[in-house]
Write a protein that binds this ligand. Structure first.
Ligand SMILES: [Zn+2]
Length: 77
C-alpha cells in the first residue's frame, strides 16, 4: 500500500514515491516529479530559444557595428 499525497501542481493525489517536497513562499509543498521535470524541460527550452535569439541579435549587431566602423577605419588609415 502506498501513501498518496496531494500534488499542488496537478491538484491531484499521486503515490508518495512520485512526490518531492518543494519550498515555496507559502511553505513546504508536495509536488510530483513529473511536473517538476516538465517545468525544468520547459525552462531549458525557453533558455535555448532565448540564446538563439540573443545569438541572432548579436550577430546582427556585429554586422551593423562592422558596417559602421569600417568607413571610419578606412578613413583613419
Ligand atoms: Zn502532480
Amino acid at each position: 500500500m502506498s501513501e498518496n499525497i496531494y500534488c499542488y501542481h496537478c491538484g491531484r493525489h499521486h503515490p508518495k514515491e512520485e512526490m518531492r517536497q518543494v519550498e515555496s513562499k507559502a511553505g513546504k509543498k508536495w509536488r510530483c516529479i513529473k511536473s517538476i521535470e516538465a517545468t525544468k524541460r520547459g525552462i531549458a527550452e525557453r533558455d535555448a530559444f532565448g540564446k538563439q535569439v540573443t545569438a541572432i541579435n548579436s550577430s546582427k549587431q556585429r554586422e551593423m557595428l562592422k558596417a559602421a566602423l569600417n568607413p571610419e577605419l578606412k578613413a583613419a588609415r
